[in-house]
Design a protein around this ligand. Structure first.
Ligand code: RP5
Length: 157
């Protein structure tokens, strides 16, 4: 199996169903990935170890799915030079606005790219686009994806 280039992390098993569409999209694009379930507040040492070794292990983009006071993506961004994409989970109390604002409002100097609430599939596409900026094989996967999407859309001939 190829060395993972995308790392997916989520804060809880309860995030797994939403984040599965991220993994499924990476499979469809032939992007090797790894997955960890660990929380920035329940397992801070494990997340720190994962974040600080991600680059040397060969990962190139990190995707973090988390809900409520969702500091997981920001915690990663503080501890890696790799780009980090946050997926804010929809929540029962505040509908995911809590997760969204926790991720998107990172202070200057520690950016997190944030997709829509439950936007796990877009996180996979954005990660592949980031890889594709330097690697033509991933750029070609996105070109193909866009062509297939256009062919399926109602506006196409
Ligand atoms: C966050 O708290 C997780 O990312 C999850 O979205 C949320 C709730 O976690 P559980 O209480 O369901 O484990 O850490």
């Amino acid at each position: 199996m190829d060395t993972p280039v995308v790392g997916i992390i989520m804060g809880s098993k309860s995030d797994r169903e939403v984040m599965q569409s991220c993994a499924d999209q990476l499979v469809a694009l032939d992007v090797p990935y790894e997955v960890l379930i660990a929380s920035a507040h329940r397992n801070p040492e494990r997340v720190y170890e994962w974040a600080t070794t991600a680059d040397t292990r060969g990962l190139r983009v990190l995707i973090a799915g988390a809900g409520k006071a969702a500091h997981l993506a920001g915690f990663l961004a503080a501890n890696t030079p790799l780009p980090v994409i946050g997926v804010p989970m929809k929540t029962s109390d505040l509908g995911g606005m809590d997760s969204l604002l926790s991720m998107v409002q990172m202070p200057t100097g520690v950016p997190v790219a944030c997709v829509a609430i439950n936007g796990a599939r877009n996180a996979a596409l954005l990660a592949t686009q980031i890889l594709g900026a330097a690697l033509p094989e991933y750029r070609e996967k996105i070109v193909q994806f866009k062509a297939e999407q256009a062919a399926l859309s109602p506006g196409s001939a």
